[in-house]
Each structure stands twice: as structure tokens, then as C-alpha cells.
Ligand binder design. Structure first.
Ligand code: GAP
Length: 439
């Protein structure tokens, strides 16, 4: 399917089935703000939980935090964002369209061919005021990245947790950027979520740890179900590096709408000791670390892994969208992994007459897995809806179930079916969720 067509279908599926809506749609929509619907919020949380498990829960060396969105203005002065976090902007003198200067070639408008203005700097941070008086003393910023408050909290975290080097601090949360060209669905929005981890290490270990984290992060995307052949690594050239980085490699995905065919999913950067030193200088506080093992005081270097929740969500959907034909009928199927699927089980009585007995089965399963109960329409239609939202297993209660106290489990991708006694259903499903569908 041509990429453009796939993207159109996916955006429409997201709206129709409750994954993503445009925010403020009844008022014409707020450009580049998106709301996650009932299925979208589940998929998004499943992605975040998978990241949190991989980066925090299953490791001994990474701690989690959840810091404030409205941040002390000095944090952003010290970090260099007030000075450097700008994009060059150009306007078309004829049609008034606005572009990032680095995304247009020459001095003519890509939309109408009109003349473009000289580039001028446009600050990307959202500014707000704390308290009732809107003056300079009350200015605060919405964070444009989640990591900076980790650096500002560094001393507290070290004092609380007493870690040895290397160790990491991770957080998932909202970030805000007043992007000039916010477009391409949830790929570039002004409010978005990041999954970031700062790994503090001895300076001499940074290069090797950067390679380690690139490999860890690639494995995580593959585990989510993103095809490795759709990913690539792109090291940044010297001129492209952010003001804080000595090296950076992006993990890119084949987003269909991006010029050149690949767009950034995540950046893995060596931030050196830039941030801790900057906060030490600006705050006057000591943020050095006593490395007990080496018997010396150091300012640790940092390897950062910084990914976007929305971009991962989009890549997961693009890679799981399939159209196939079953018994002469077309179906759309989201081949989401059971870990990510918003609904894990559907309990479907074959007929309304079987509703009470099927509900009793649903009551057993619902406390254990996110499950839907659906009795409306033909069984074929109900299977197709479940395929379209990515539900991996449907459990059908039919007229034989009344006799043999068994139900049928249907697997979404292979369409394989197995008959299971209701009294063994939890045990069998637990095995399937842990080890996969039996061959
Ligand atoms: N702390 C480093 C940092 O913020 P970044 O490359 O600017 O680095 C990291 O952002 C990730 O955040 C990107 O790889 C992308 O997934 C996500 N991201 C950045 N800007 C975004 C936007 N406007 N909309 C959606 N996601 C965005």
C-alpha cells in the first residue's frame, strides 16, 4: 500500500475506533494538540509500562522520578535553553505561511512561490506566569524536555539513594515546545510525552556505555513489535549536535510522511558533564559526586536516552496495520503484541440467549486481563471489530458450551482455535500470555 494511503487509513482508524482525536475538534480543532481516546490511552500506557519495566523495574542501577512540569526559570537559563533553544523562522510575504528556515531550500515559499523573509529566531519554550501578577519576576517555563529537572534534582537523588557509578535516573512525562511547524499527526506536536533516562558514569566509560545503550534501546523497539528492517541508526554530524552534546545517534523509523524516508524516534546522546557543571555554576551548589570505589570526587558524565511516546505509538501502529482476506472477506487487523494490545480478551456469546453464562466467564477473566464483553451483531462482525483494534484472543461461548462447560479461544493472526474447559481457562490463558500461542 502506498505510504500516503496507509497514513490516511491509520489516522481515520485512530479517530473512528477511539485511539486518537484532534483536541478541541468541536471548535475546529486546536492545531497540533491531540487527545488519546479510550483505546489510545491503553496502548500509550502499555508502551510506557513496557519502557518503565525495561528501564527501571528490571534493573538495579536505574531509579525513576516524576518531576514538575512548571519549572524554575533558572533551570532553563543554566541549561542553555533560554539562550539556545530557538528555531530560525521565515514567513512568506505573499501567502503568510510560516516555515522553519532549515526546512526550506532557497528564498521562495514552497506553497505559493512567494518571497520569504529573512530568518529570525523564534523561542521554542512555552512561558507562563506563577501567581496573579504577569511580570518578569513571575515568569516560569513549561519544560521543553523532561531530563533537565533530573539534573536539577541530582543532589537530592544521590543523597536519598546513595548509588555507586554508573547509575541512571528515568522519567516519563509531558514536554512542551512551541514548534513552528507542528504537523504530521502526533509525530510533531506542541504538547507531547518523552521517555528519558540519564545514565551518570565515569568520564572514561561514556563511549562504551553509549554503544551499550544504543543496543539496549534498539532491542526494546524490536520487542515492541517494530520491524528492525524499518529502523536505522543515524550518528549526528558535528554541526548538527545540540549545544550540550559531544555525540548523538538517532534511532530512526521509516515514517511515511518524512522527507528522506526516515524520522527520529529517539536520540541517544553523550551530554558529557555539561548539565551538572552548568547547574553548579548557576546555583552555586556542589553537584560533584564522591566515587567511593575510585576514591575520588568527580562530576559524572551522562549518556542520555530520549524517546517520544507519541512517535513510538505511531510506529507501533504503522508496523502492526495489515489488510488481509479471510474466507473471501477483507479484514483490517492490528497485529499488536499481547503486551501492547489495549484489549487483551473479548468474550463473545454466540447468541444473546447465552449472555448470562458468557457473562459468568467474563467475570472470571476481567479481574485478570483487560477484557471486553460484546453480544451485539453477528459473530463475524464482532471478530472483525476485535481484529481491527488488535485484540489478540477472542473467547466464544457457543451452544455446545452449555453441554461441555468449555469455550473456544481464537487467535487473531493465525485464526487458530482451541477448545478449553472453563475451569482451566485462567491457567491456559496465563500460559499463552507468558509463552505465546501454542504451535
Ligand atoms: N533531552 C533531549 C531531547 O529532548 P530531542 O531530540 O529534542 O532530545 C527527544 O527529543 C525525543 O522527543 C525525540 O526523539 C522525539 O521522539 C520526541 N519529540 C521531540 N519533539 C517532539 C515533538 N514536537 N512532538 C512529538 N515528539 C517530539
Amino acid at each position: 500500500m502506498p505510504d500516503e494511503e496507509l497514513m490516511k487509513k491509520l489516522v481515520s482508524l485512530c479517530k473512528r475506533l477511539g485511539f486518537v482525536y484532534q483536541s478541541g475538534e468541536i471548535y475546529g480543532g486546536l492545531q497540533s494538540a491531540w487527545d488519546y481516546g479510550p483505546l489510545g490511552v491503553e496502548l500509550k500506557r502499555n508502551i510506557e509500562n513496557s519502557w518503565w519495566n525495561a528501564m527501571v523495574r528490571t534493573r538495579n542501577d536505574v531509579y525513576g522520578v516524576d518531576t514538575a512540569i512548571i519549572t524554575h526559570p533558572e533551570v532553563w537559563r543554566a541549561s542553555g535553553h533560554v539562550e539556545h533553544f530557538h528555531d530560525p523562522l521565515v514567513d512568506c510575504r505573499s501567502c503568510k505561511a510560516r516555515f522553519r528556515a532549515d526546512q526550506v531550500e532557497g528564498r521562495t515559499c514552497p506553497d505559493c512561490g512567494g518571497e520569504l523573509t529573512e530568518p529570525r529566531d523564534f523561542g521554542l519554550m512555552f512561558k507562563t506566569f506563577m501567581g496573579p501578577v504577569e511580570d518578569e519576576a513571575a515568569v516560569a517555563f513549561l519544560r521543553p524536555e523532561t531530563c533537565q529537572t533530573i539534573f536539577a534534582d541530582f543532589r537530592n537523588i544521590v543523597n536519598s539513594m546513595r548509588p555507586g557509578l554508573p547509575f541512571g535516573v528515568a522519567q516519563i512525562g509531558k514536554a512542551f515546545r512551541n514548534e513552528i511547524t507542528a504537523r504530521n499527526f502526533i509525530f510533531r506536536s506542541r504538547e507531547f510525552e518523552q521517555m528519558e533516562m540519564e545514565y551518570f558514569c565515569r568520564p572514561g566509560d561514556a563511549a562504551q556505555l553509549m554503544e551499550y545503550w544504543i543496543s539496549e534501546r534498539l532491542s526494546w523497539y524490536a520487542k515492541l513489535g517494530i520491524r528492525p528492517s524499518n529502523l536505522r541508526l543515524r550518528p549526528h554530524g558535528q554541526a548538527e549536535l545540540a549545544h550540550y552534546a559531544s555525540a548523538c545517534t538517532d534511532i530512526e523509523y521509516t515514517f511515511p510522511f518524512v522527507q528522506g524516508g526516515y524520522g527520529e524516534l529517539e536520540g541517544i546522546a553523550c551530554r558529557t558533564d555539561y548539565d551538572l557543571k552548568a547547574h553548579m555554576a548557576a546555583s552555586g551548589q556542589d553537584l560533584t559526586f564522591i566515587d567511593q570505589a575510585a576514591g575520588e570526587k568527580v562530576v559524572p558524565h551522562v549518556i542520555e536516552t530520549s524517546g517520544g511516546v507519541g512517535r513510538t505509538f505511531l510506529a507501533v501502529l504503522l508496523d502492526s496495520y495489515y489488510e488481509d482476506v479471510i474466507e473471501g472477506r477483507e479484514r483490517v487487523v492490528l497485529r499488536l503484541s499481547p503486551e501492547l494490545a489495549p484489549v487483551k480478551l473479548a468474550i463473545l456469546p454466540l447468541s444473546r440467549k447465552l449472555e448470562p453464562e458468557a457473562l459468568a466467564v467474563a467475570d472470571i477473566l476481567r479481574p485478570l486481563w483487560p477484557a471486553e464483553f460484546d453480544v451485539t451483531g453477528s459473530i463475524g462482525k464482532r471478530y472483525r471489530r476485535m481484529d481491527e483494534i488488535g485484540t489478540p484472543f477472542c473467547i466464544t461461548y457457543d451452544f455446545d458450551s452449555q453441554q461441555d462447560a468449555s469455550v473456544t479461544i481464537r487467535e487473531r493472526d493465525s485464526l487458530g482455535q482451541i477448545r478449553v474447559p472453563v475451569e482451566r481457562l485462567v491457567e491456559v490463558l496465563s500460559g499463552i500470555f507468558a509463552r505465546g500461542w501454542p504451535d
